[in-house]
Design a binder for this molecule. Structure first.
Ligand code: NDP
Length: 295
Protein backbone atom coordinates (compact mmCIF):
# COMPACT_ATOMS: atom_id res chain seq x y z
CA UNK A 1 0.00 0.00 0.00
CA UNK A 2 2.64 2.54 1.09
CA UNK A 3 4.90 1.56 -1.77
CA UNK A 4 2.15 2.51 -4.24
CA UNK A 5 1.76 5.88 -2.55
CA UNK A 6 5.55 6.30 -2.55
CA UNK A 7 5.90 5.50 -6.25
CA UNK A 8 3.04 7.85 -7.14
CA UNK A 9 4.75 10.70 -5.28
CA UNK A 10 8.03 9.93 -7.03
CA UNK A 11 6.36 10.05 -10.46
CA UNK A 12 4.56 13.24 -9.39
CA UNK A 13 7.89 14.97 -8.69
CA UNK A 14 9.29 14.01 -12.11
CA UNK A 15 6.14 15.23 -13.87
CA UNK A 16 5.81 18.43 -11.85
CA UNK A 17 9.47 19.22 -12.61
CA UNK A 18 8.62 19.54 -16.31
CA UNK A 19 5.83 22.04 -15.53
CA UNK A 20 7.99 23.93 -13.04
CA UNK A 21 10.74 24.30 -15.64
CA UNK A 22 8.33 25.59 -18.27
CA UNK A 23 6.34 27.89 -15.97
CA UNK A 24 9.39 29.44 -14.30
CA UNK A 25 10.80 30.51 -17.66
CA UNK A 26 7.74 32.80 -17.92
CA UNK A 27 6.88 33.62 -14.28
CA UNK A 28 9.59 34.33 -11.72
CA UNK A 29 8.91 33.02 -8.23
CA UNK A 30 8.02 36.27 -6.38
CA UNK A 31 10.66 36.46 -3.67
CA UNK A 32 14.02 38.20 -3.44
CA UNK A 33 14.77 40.49 -6.40
CA UNK A 34 11.56 39.31 -8.11
CA UNK A 35 9.27 40.04 -5.18
CA UNK A 36 6.13 41.93 -6.21
CA UNK A 37 2.63 42.79 -5.11
CA UNK A 38 -0.27 40.38 -5.52
CA UNK A 39 1.11 37.30 -3.79
CA UNK A 40 -0.59 37.77 -0.44
CA UNK A 41 0.81 38.25 3.03
CA UNK A 42 4.59 38.32 3.38
CA UNK A 43 6.86 37.56 6.29
CA UNK A 44 10.46 38.09 7.26
CA UNK A 45 12.68 36.00 4.90
CA UNK A 46 14.78 34.79 7.85
CA UNK A 47 11.68 33.24 9.43
CA UNK A 48 10.41 31.96 6.07
CA UNK A 49 13.67 30.18 5.20
CA UNK A 50 13.92 28.72 8.70
CA UNK A 51 10.34 27.43 8.74
CA UNK A 52 10.34 26.02 5.21
CA UNK A 53 13.73 24.28 5.46
CA UNK A 54 13.18 22.78 8.92
CA UNK A 55 10.99 19.86 7.71
CA UNK A 56 13.70 18.81 5.26
CA UNK A 57 16.19 18.70 8.14
CA UNK A 58 13.97 16.91 10.65
CA UNK A 59 12.05 14.42 8.52
CA UNK A 60 14.96 12.23 7.33
CA UNK A 61 16.28 12.08 10.91
CA UNK A 62 12.89 10.74 12.01
CA UNK A 63 12.85 8.23 9.14
CA UNK A 64 16.35 7.12 10.11
CA UNK A 65 15.43 6.69 13.78
CA UNK A 66 12.26 4.77 12.97
CA UNK A 67 13.58 2.98 9.89
CA UNK A 68 15.21 -0.40 9.46
CA UNK A 69 18.74 0.82 8.60
CA UNK A 70 19.81 2.15 11.99
CA UNK A 71 22.77 -0.20 12.14
CA UNK A 72 23.95 0.53 8.61
CA UNK A 73 27.04 2.73 8.48
CA UNK A 74 26.30 3.71 4.87
CA UNK A 75 22.78 4.82 5.80
CA UNK A 76 24.20 6.84 8.66
CA UNK A 77 26.69 8.50 6.29
CA UNK A 78 23.81 9.37 3.92
CA UNK A 79 22.04 11.00 6.84
CA UNK A 80 25.14 13.02 7.79
CA UNK A 81 25.58 14.27 4.21
CA UNK A 82 21.92 15.27 3.87
CA UNK A 83 21.86 16.84 7.34
CA UNK A 84 25.03 18.85 6.69
CA UNK A 85 23.25 20.64 3.86
CA UNK A 86 19.99 21.18 5.69
CA UNK A 87 21.62 22.13 8.98
CA UNK A 88 23.50 24.83 7.12
CA UNK A 89 20.43 26.02 5.22
CA UNK A 90 18.05 25.93 8.21
CA UNK A 91 20.18 27.12 11.10
CA UNK A 92 22.99 29.14 9.50
CA UNK A 93 21.92 30.48 6.08
CA UNK A 94 18.47 31.58 7.18
CA UNK A 95 19.66 33.30 10.32
CA UNK A 96 22.50 35.16 8.57
CA UNK A 97 20.28 36.25 5.68
CA UNK A 98 20.31 39.98 4.87
CA UNK A 99 17.12 40.20 2.84
CA UNK A 100 14.58 42.97 3.32
CA UNK A 101 12.11 42.53 6.14
CA UNK A 102 8.63 41.22 5.36
CA UNK A 103 9.37 40.51 1.71
CA UNK A 104 8.79 36.74 1.53
CA UNK A 105 5.26 35.63 0.48
CA UNK A 106 3.73 33.07 2.83
CA UNK A 107 2.34 31.32 -0.25
CA UNK A 108 5.85 30.58 -1.56
CA UNK A 109 6.85 29.42 1.90
CA UNK A 110 3.89 27.01 1.95
CA UNK A 111 4.77 25.59 -1.48
CA UNK A 112 8.33 25.05 -0.26
CA UNK A 113 7.16 23.36 2.92
CA UNK A 114 5.02 20.97 0.89
CA UNK A 115 7.92 20.23 -1.44
CA UNK A 116 10.33 19.72 1.47
CA UNK A 117 7.90 17.34 3.17
CA UNK A 118 7.49 15.29 0.00
CA UNK A 119 11.18 15.36 -0.78
CA UNK A 120 12.20 14.53 2.79
CA UNK A 121 9.76 11.64 2.74
CA UNK A 122 10.92 10.33 -0.66
CA UNK A 123 14.61 10.41 0.21
CA UNK A 124 14.37 9.50 3.90
CA UNK A 125 11.87 6.70 3.49
CA UNK A 126 13.74 5.15 0.59
CA UNK A 127 17.22 5.33 2.07
CA UNK A 128 16.25 4.31 5.60
CA UNK A 129 13.48 1.82 4.89
CA UNK A 130 12.66 0.71 1.33
CA UNK A 131 16.16 0.46 -0.09
CA UNK A 132 18.17 -2.73 -0.08
CA UNK A 133 20.95 -2.55 2.52
CA UNK A 134 23.91 -0.66 1.09
CA UNK A 135 26.93 -2.81 1.85
CA UNK A 136 29.94 -1.12 3.40
CA UNK A 137 31.72 -1.66 0.06
CA UNK A 138 29.40 1.04 -1.36
CA UNK A 139 31.74 3.57 0.27
CA UNK A 140 34.51 2.49 -2.15
CA UNK A 141 32.22 2.37 -5.16
CA UNK A 142 33.07 4.89 -7.87
CA UNK A 143 29.44 6.15 -7.78
CA UNK A 144 29.67 6.98 -4.10
CA UNK A 145 33.11 8.58 -4.39
CA UNK A 146 32.30 10.62 -7.51
CA UNK A 147 28.88 11.65 -6.17
CA UNK A 148 30.34 12.63 -2.83
CA UNK A 149 33.05 14.78 -4.45
CA UNK A 150 30.44 16.52 -6.63
CA UNK A 151 28.24 17.09 -3.58
CA UNK A 152 31.10 18.59 -1.56
CA UNK A 153 32.16 20.78 -4.49
CA UNK A 154 28.58 22.06 -4.83
CA UNK A 155 28.26 22.59 -1.07
CA UNK A 156 31.43 24.71 -0.98
CA UNK A 157 30.44 26.73 -4.08
CA UNK A 158 26.95 27.33 -2.69
CA UNK A 159 28.09 28.49 0.75
CA UNK A 160 30.90 30.65 -0.60
CA UNK A 161 28.63 32.34 -3.16
CA UNK A 162 25.88 33.02 -0.62
CA UNK A 163 28.54 34.51 1.68
CA UNK A 164 29.71 36.86 -1.08
CA UNK A 165 26.11 38.02 -1.67
CA UNK A 166 25.64 38.57 2.04
CA UNK A 167 28.81 40.62 2.13
CA UNK A 168 27.46 42.84 -0.67
CA UNK A 169 24.24 43.51 1.20
CA UNK A 170 26.22 44.37 4.36
CA UNK A 171 28.49 46.73 2.41
CA UNK A 172 25.48 48.45 0.85
CA UNK A 173 23.81 48.93 4.24
CA UNK A 174 27.04 50.43 5.57
CA UNK A 175 27.33 52.81 2.63
CA UNK A 176 23.75 53.93 3.02
CA UNK A 177 24.10 54.35 6.79
CA UNK A 178 27.30 56.36 6.33
CA UNK A 179 25.65 58.50 3.68
CA UNK A 180 22.81 59.10 6.16
CA UNK A 181 24.91 59.81 9.22
CA UNK A 182 27.42 62.05 7.44
CA UNK A 183 24.57 64.14 6.17
CA UNK A 184 22.29 63.80 9.18
CA UNK A 185 19.55 62.24 7.13
CA UNK A 186 17.26 59.31 7.71
CA UNK A 187 14.91 56.89 5.93
CA UNK A 188 13.85 57.91 2.46
CA UNK A 189 16.14 60.96 2.68
CA UNK A 190 19.06 58.57 2.89
CA UNK A 191 17.65 56.85 -0.15
CA UNK A 192 17.63 60.10 -2.12
CA UNK A 193 21.01 61.04 -0.75
CA UNK A 194 22.53 57.75 -1.86
CA UNK A 195 20.98 58.34 -5.23
CA UNK A 196 22.34 61.82 -5.53
CA UNK A 197 25.91 60.99 -4.50
CA UNK A 198 26.18 58.63 -7.44
CA UNK A 199 25.93 55.32 -5.65
CA UNK A 200 23.51 54.20 -8.31
CA UNK A 201 26.44 53.66 -10.62
CA UNK A 202 27.44 50.88 -8.33
CA UNK A 203 24.13 49.46 -7.22
CA UNK A 204 20.42 49.62 -7.82
CA UNK A 205 18.12 51.37 -5.40
CA UNK A 206 14.43 51.02 -5.94
CA UNK A 207 11.40 52.28 -4.16
CA UNK A 208 9.87 48.89 -4.31
CA UNK A 209 6.33 49.00 -3.02
CA UNK A 210 4.05 50.47 -0.43
CA UNK A 211 5.75 48.65 2.41
CA UNK A 212 7.96 51.07 4.30
CA UNK A 213 10.31 48.35 5.46
CA UNK A 214 10.96 47.54 1.81
CA UNK A 215 12.00 50.94 0.65
CA UNK A 216 15.67 50.41 0.17
CA UNK A 217 15.99 47.60 -2.32
CA UNK A 218 19.68 47.17 -2.87
CA UNK A 219 21.84 45.17 -5.20
CA UNK A 220 25.43 45.37 -6.42
CA UNK A 221 27.30 43.49 -9.11
CA UNK A 222 28.79 40.48 -7.32
CA UNK A 223 32.43 39.67 -7.97
CA UNK A 224 34.93 37.06 -6.85
CA UNK A 225 35.11 33.27 -7.01
CA UNK A 226 32.69 31.82 -9.60
CA UNK A 227 30.88 35.16 -10.00
CA UNK A 228 33.67 35.90 -12.47
CA UNK A 229 32.04 33.40 -14.84
CA UNK A 230 28.36 33.19 -13.91
CA UNK A 231 25.61 35.28 -12.33
CA UNK A 232 24.29 32.59 -9.97
CA UNK A 233 27.06 30.35 -8.64
CA UNK A 234 24.97 29.73 -5.52
CA UNK A 235 22.39 28.02 -7.76
CA UNK A 236 25.11 26.10 -9.62
CA UNK A 237 26.42 24.88 -6.25
CA UNK A 238 22.93 23.77 -5.24
CA UNK A 239 22.40 21.90 -8.51
CA UNK A 240 25.80 20.18 -8.19
CA UNK A 241 25.00 19.12 -4.64
CA UNK A 242 21.83 17.29 -5.63
CA UNK A 243 23.34 15.77 -8.77
CA UNK A 244 26.11 14.49 -6.50
CA UNK A 245 23.49 13.22 -4.04
CA UNK A 246 21.63 11.36 -6.80
CA UNK A 247 24.88 9.68 -7.85
CA UNK A 248 26.15 8.86 -4.38
CA UNK A 249 22.82 7.31 -3.31
CA UNK A 250 22.14 5.91 -6.81
CA UNK A 251 18.46 6.33 -6.09
CA UNK A 252 15.39 7.53 -7.99
CA UNK A 253 14.49 9.71 -5.01
CA UNK A 254 17.87 11.44 -5.31
CA UNK A 255 17.42 11.77 -9.07
CA UNK A 256 13.95 13.27 -8.61
CA UNK A 257 15.38 15.90 -6.26
CA UNK A 258 18.21 16.72 -8.67
CA UNK A 259 15.77 17.04 -11.59
CA UNK A 260 13.43 19.26 -9.57
CA UNK A 261 16.30 21.49 -8.41
CA UNK A 262 17.45 21.95 -12.00
CA UNK A 263 13.88 22.73 -13.11
CA UNK A 264 13.57 25.26 -10.30
CA UNK A 265 16.93 26.99 -10.51
CA UNK A 266 17.82 27.00 -14.21
CA UNK A 267 15.03 29.45 -15.14
CA UNK A 268 15.68 31.54 -12.04
CA UNK A 269 19.38 31.78 -12.84
CA UNK A 270 18.51 32.85 -16.39
CA UNK A 271 16.04 35.47 -15.12
CA UNK A 272 18.60 36.72 -12.59
CA UNK A 273 21.21 37.02 -15.33
CA UNK A 274 18.86 39.01 -17.56
CA UNK A 275 17.95 41.18 -14.54
CA UNK A 276 21.61 42.06 -13.93
CA UNK A 277 22.16 42.91 -17.61
CA UNK A 278 19.05 45.10 -17.65
CA UNK A 279 19.86 46.93 -14.43
CA UNK A 280 23.64 47.31 -14.68
CA UNK A 281 24.95 48.77 -17.95
CA UNK A 282 28.50 47.84 -16.89
CA UNK A 283 27.60 44.19 -16.17
CA UNK A 284 30.46 41.95 -17.39
CA UNK A 285 29.60 40.82 -20.93
CA UNK A 286 31.44 37.52 -20.73
CA UNK A 287 29.50 36.35 -17.67
CA UNK A 288 26.95 33.54 -18.23
CA UNK A 289 23.86 32.65 -16.18
CA UNK A 290 24.72 29.38 -14.43
CA UNK A 291 27.07 27.21 -16.52
CA UNK A 292 30.47 28.86 -17.10
CA UNK A 293 31.15 29.64 -20.81
CA UNK A 294 27.95 27.87 -21.91
CA UNK A 295 24.62 29.13 -20.47
P1 NDP B 1 19.58 34.85 -4.23
O1 NDP B 1 20.90 34.79 -4.88
O2 NDP B 1 18.46 35.47 -4.98
O3 NDP B 1 19.69 35.68 -2.84
C1 NDP B 1 20.51 35.27 -1.78
C2 NDP B 1 20.67 36.45 -0.81
O4 NDP B 1 21.58 37.42 -1.35
C3 NDP B 1 19.39 37.24 -0.54
O5 NDP B 1 19.47 37.78 0.76
C4 NDP B 1 19.44 38.36 -1.57
O6 NDP B 1 18.68 39.50 -1.19
C5 NDP B 1 20.92 38.67 -1.59
N1 NDP B 1 21.41 39.13 -2.91
C6 NDP B 1 21.28 38.47 -4.08
N2 NDP B 1 21.90 39.14 -5.07
C7 NDP B 1 22.42 40.26 -4.51
C8 NDP B 1 23.17 41.36 -5.03
N3 NDP B 1 23.52 41.41 -6.31
N4 NDP B 1 23.52 42.36 -4.18
C9 NDP B 1 23.17 42.29 -2.87
N5 NDP B 1 22.49 41.28 -2.31
C10 NDP B 1 22.10 40.27 -3.12
O7 NDP B 1 19.23 33.37 -3.76
P2 NDP B 1 17.82 32.73 -3.29
O8 NDP B 1 17.27 33.59 -2.20
O9 NDP B 1 16.99 32.39 -4.46
O10 NDP B 1 18.32 31.33 -2.69
C11 NDP B 1 19.01 31.27 -1.47
C12 NDP B 1 19.69 29.90 -1.34
O11 NDP B 1 18.71 28.87 -1.41
C13 NDP B 1 20.69 29.63 -2.44
O12 NDP B 1 21.80 28.99 -1.88
C14 NDP B 1 19.96 28.70 -3.38
O13 NDP B 1 20.84 27.84 -4.03
C15 NDP B 1 19.01 27.95 -2.44
N6 NDP B 1 17.78 27.54 -3.14
C16 NDP B 1 17.57 26.22 -3.42
C17 NDP B 1 16.47 25.81 -4.13
C18 NDP B 1 16.26 24.36 -4.50
O14 NDP B 1 15.41 24.08 -5.34
N7 NDP B 1 16.98 23.42 -3.94
C19 NDP B 1 15.45 26.78 -4.54
C20 NDP B 1 15.77 28.16 -4.23
C21 NDP B 1 16.90 28.50 -3.54
P3 NDP B 1 17.12 39.62 -1.61
O15 NDP B 1 16.43 38.45 -0.96
O16 NDP B 1 16.69 40.94 -1.06
O17 NDP B 1 17.08 39.56 -3.12
Amino acid sequence: MEIKFYNSLLIFIFIISIFVLLILFFVNAPYGRFTRKGWGIRINPKAAWFIMELPAFVLPIIFFLFGNKKTSLVAFIFLIIWSAHYFQRTFIFSLLLKSRKNSFPILIMLFSIIFNLINGYLNGRYLFYFSPVYDISWLYDIRFIAGFLIFVLGFVINILSDKILRGLRKAISREITNAGSVNGLEGSMVFSMANSIGMCNKFILRNNNNNDANKNFLYKIPNGALFKYISSPNYLGEVLEWIGWAILTWSLAGLAFAVFTIANLLPRAYATHKWYIKNFPDYPKERKAIIPFIF
